[in-house]
Design a protein around this ligand. Structure first.
Ligand code: PLP
Length: 366
């Protein structure tokens, strides 16, 4: 234990929460069926509807991190033996395949190289080839490569029986995402990135037709904890039923983070992330860093970058943390050992993060 070291969290998440979200952690703990807690959850659901851009009634934060949101959606919507078409162009597309396979689904992979965006038409063609697929899943913002996958064209799935599932763990609150306009049936995120709260909650939303699919299951959801039907009966039913001891502390914090985001405005927050991320990317390129994500589909809130010729990434990253208290992430998969992942998300998406990081890097490289 080295004490309470303050960090500038510029990795792929968690990011530094908004001050209001940290202050909220000190509020009194409430019971998980306390009327005040349930009222707080109802407010969070309303906030999340705005942030997701949806009217979906089933919109709630699942206890757990982004992976809990992923597992809750896959476990609740897929029955064993059903087909899932999954876009894979990075680490988190792979994780979707892994989780769906463990749940007993038959996975059809549609691939693109790491660093390139998924071709939406290739995904739609895969659905035409497998019209009985229960769902098609894609990662909106691939945190492993900094690639933004186009989701809007997948709205065409509305006219089919295949549900559209979108991973918005890094996307939500960071770049444009419109659940209802884009025909998204199921979407999950995480509290610790662009929503500006600590890790611990995974916002999830399901469209009415996804709820119908879930309610029509013949095989119960294998996970009790992540059964979205049971969670719906806990949080949002007229007479809430005990399901698990949910954390009011985390709920207060997420409520504060979402409040800050909505006060700034959804589109203004997207614009802030774009402006700050682009500033960093331009400065990195000038210093000889390379961009992993293809131009045109580059995220602003997460930059995956190769280091200048002859510079080893791990020692530099360690020095950045040890000397300046600045965290950035290492590369994943084929980019392990030769890339950084830099997040400018939520409260960290501001000019001072860029200035601090570049100043430290310049000093270490001089
Ligand atoms: N999906 C994406 C795109 C992510 O970036 C992450 C985490 O970084 C996850 C899923 C898993 O989320 P968590 O690590 O919060 O469980």
């Amino acid at each position: 234990m080295t004490g309470h070291n303050e960090r500038l969290l510029l990795g792929p998440g968690p990011s530094n929460p908004y001050p209001e979200a940290m202050e909220a952690l000190g509020r009194p703990v409430l019971g998980h069926l306390d009327p005040d807690y349930l009222a707080l959850m109802a407010e969070i659901s309303a906030q999340l509807r705005e942030v997701f851009g949806t009217a979906n009634e089933l919109t709630l934060p699942v206890s757990g991190t982004g992976s809990a949101g992923m597992e809750a959606c896959l476990a609740s919507l897929l029955q064993p033996g059903e087909k899932a078409i999954i876009g894979v162009n990075g680490y988190f597309g792979e994780r979707l395949c892994e989780v769906a396979t463990r749940g007993g689904a038959e996975v059809v992979r549609v691939e693109a190289p790491w660093g390139r965006a998924m071709d939406p038409q290739a995904l739609l063609d895969a659905r035409d080839a497998d019209p009985d697929a229960r769902l098609l899943a894609v990662v909106a913002a691939e945190t492993s490569t900094g690639v933004r996958n186009d989701v809007a064209p997948l709205a065409a799935l509305r006219d089919t029986d295949t549900l559209l599932l979108v991973d918005a763990v890094t996307a939500l609150g960071g770049n444009e995402l419109r659940v209802d306009d884009w025909g998204i049936d199921a979407c999950y995120s995480a509290s610790q990135k662009c929503l500006g709260a600590p890790p611990g909650l995974a916002p999830v939303t399901l469209s009415p037709r996804a709820v119908d699919v879930m309610r029509a299951r013949t095989v119960p959801v294998r996970s009790f904890y992540l059964d979205l039907g049971l969670l719906h009966d806990y949080y949002l039913a007229p007479t809430p039923k005990y399901h698990h001891t949910a954390s009011a502390t985390m709920a207060y914090s997420l409520h504060a983070g979402l409040g800050r985001l909505l006060a700034e405005g959804r589109e203004a927050v997207w614009a802030r992330h774009t402006e700050i991320g682009t500033k960093l990317q331009d400065a990195l390129v000038k210093r000889g860093f390379g961009m992993i994500a293809q131009a045109g589909n580059r995220l602003a809130q997460l930059t995956a970058t190769t280091l200048p010729e002859g510079i080893e990434e791990a020692p530099l990253r360690r020095e950045l943390l040890a000397r300046y208290g600045i965290e950035v992430g290492g590369g994943l998969g084929e980019f392990a050992g030769r890339a950084w992942r830099i997040g400018l998300m939520g409260h960290a998406a501001r000019e001072r993060s860029v200035v601090a990081l570049l100043g430290a890097v310049d000093e270490l490289l001089s």
